[in-house]
Design a protein around this ligand. Structure first.
Ligand SMILES: [Zn+2]
Length: 469
């Protein structure tokens, strides 16, 4: 590791290891005599110095002021106060926000990409005995192009790169990317005044595989975008047909996230050849609010992060499931009471009823039972799953595959029709993979089980023709 002194440091910059979370924090001791860790708010002791991390080439200065960042954070929390953990709300102090320069490696790359494989164009849908059938034209397609990527940005602190939504909330910090890295200036230690920085502990060689995976995803997203004909939800009459609930959820999710599950294509050949790459290391500015939540034996560090350039804000607010469960219970009790009132209520509040009236009334009432049960289940599902998603924000990440600036040239496309299949049950190419993401830190859009199920259901093009129309 390069331990050269950072330019402009004038020997007043030290790197301290936080005793709370182990992070390496770079501080200007001339400026700050006592400081706290921006990650876990532990007090940092000058006694715990460690070697400087690798040198940094560039820095992107803060644009957003502390006051602006505080306002963003307060607004974010305000919108999530209802089901937040009480202790979090009590202790919420937006003034504690800290300005941190986080280390990143930034890559510019020139690539040559080639994607090819079978694709399905769904041309019609038929309904028979409550089942949908599809007429599909299958094609062999290829997409070949040159792609230049600028400013692909990857965390250069191994601890912050370890995004894992089951174990930590680091996806929050990933989600406020991208930065306008083209506006970086040469590194100068004076930018650190009033802020702190995290030590860079990663070199380019350790990140090549991850950059490769992300380049692959960017290229695949482009190849998908060049294949609109095979976009599944671009076809009006197939829009509301889903194989199962998970599939439906994935398609809906993908509506606003181009490049995930919209294309009926199996890319058999996927090659992204690197023709040239340039790397630089940069400190990028983040306003960070952290909160350490303890619950029983479990604990989790929650962050609210604000991009110090664009103001983009994302966070994880500790969620109180007890409050949600109580609300769910109250809603269901009120709902059950309404049912009781409709079925039996009339008998209580009306003395002049004859036996036949009572029977007719009960009959009408019991007819309501099934719709009410269904309604109850729907209400429960809404309460259980709709509340809370905006607190932890597990699905948030940097959608690098569509958010990274690129230029594409020399596009060559071919589409050769291979077969037409009438009335297939599942209108997909077997083994459709156009939505797969190669960065292993991204939660799978479909679970392994659903993917296997989808794959098994897909017809072997011409072999499974069901003549049902
Ligand atoms: Zn710490």
């Amino acid at each position: 590791m390069d331990t050269r002194e950072m330019p402009g440091s004038r020997n007043t910059q030290v790197t301290i290891q936080c005793q709370g979370c182990g992070a390496g924090i770079v501080l200007d001791v001339e400026e700050t005599m006592s400081a706290r860790c921006p990650w876990c708010r532990e007090f940092l002791s000058i006694e715990q110095q460690m070697p400087h991390g690798a040198v940094t080439d560039a820095v992107l200065p803060f644009l957003l002021t502390r006051e602006e960042a505080q306002a963003k954070i307060a607004e974010f929390v305000h919108a999530r106060r209802r089901f937040a953990v009480s202790a979090f709300k009590r202790e919420f102090t937006p003034e504690n926000v800290m300005g941190v320069y986080l280390p990143y490696l930034v890559m510019d790359a020139k690539t040559h990409c080639r994607f090819s494989g079978p694709a399905g164009d769904i041309i019609a849908e038929h309904r028979s005995e409550n089942t949908n059938y599809f007429d599909v034209d299958f094609y062999d397609i290829s997409r070949e192009f040159d792609m230049t990527v600028s400013g692909l940005t990857i965390e250069a602190s191994s601890k912050k790169r370890a995004v894992d939504v089951q174990r930590n909330t680091l996806n929050i910090i990933n989600a406020i990317l991208p930065f306008d890295v083209e506006n970086c200036v040469p590194y100068d230690g004076r930018y650190l005044k009033g802020f702190c920085a995290e030590r860079r502990d990663t070199n380019i060689d350790e990140l090549k595989w991850l950059a490769g995976a992300q380049l692959h995803d960017i290229a695949q997203s482009q190849a998908n975008g060049m294949s609109e004909k095979y976009a599944v939800d671009a076809i009006e009459n197939v829009k509301e047909v889903y194989i199962n609930e998970k599939h439906r959820a994935a398609v809906e999710k993908s509506r606003n996230r181009p490049g995930l599950l919209r294309y009926n294509i199996r890319w058999d050949e996927q090659s992204v050849d690197l023709a040239g790459a340039q790397w630089k290391s940069a400190y990028l500015p983040v306003w960070l609010y952290s909160y350490f939540n303890r619950k029983g034996g479990k604990h989790m560090l929650h962050y609210i992060a604000v991009n110090g350039r664009t103001g983009e804000t994302m966070g994880s607010v500790p969620f109180d499931a007890g409050k949600r469960n109580l609300l769910t219970l109250l809603v269901l009790v009120a709902f059950a009471f309404l049912w009781w009132l409709l079925v039996f209520g009339r008998l209580y509040f009306n003395d002049g009823l004859t036996g036949a009236d009572i029977e007719a009334s009960l009959d009408a009432g019991f007819k309501l039972t099934v719709p009410f049960l269904i309604g109850g289940v729907v209400l429960w599902l809404i309460c259980r799953f709709a509340i809370g998603g905006r607190y932890r924000n597990e699905r948030e990440r940097h959608f690098y595959e569509t958010e990274t600036p690129i230029e594409v040239s020399n596009v060559q496309k071919t589409d050769l029709r291979s077969s037409s299949v009438a009335a297939c049950r599942v209108p997909y190419v077997r083994g459709v993979n156009s939505f797969e993401i190669h960065d292993p830190r991204v939660p799978r859009i479909l679970s392994e089980k659903t993917a296997a199920f989808l794959s098994a259901m897909m017809p072997d093009e011409a072999s499974e023709i069901l003549r049902r129309i």
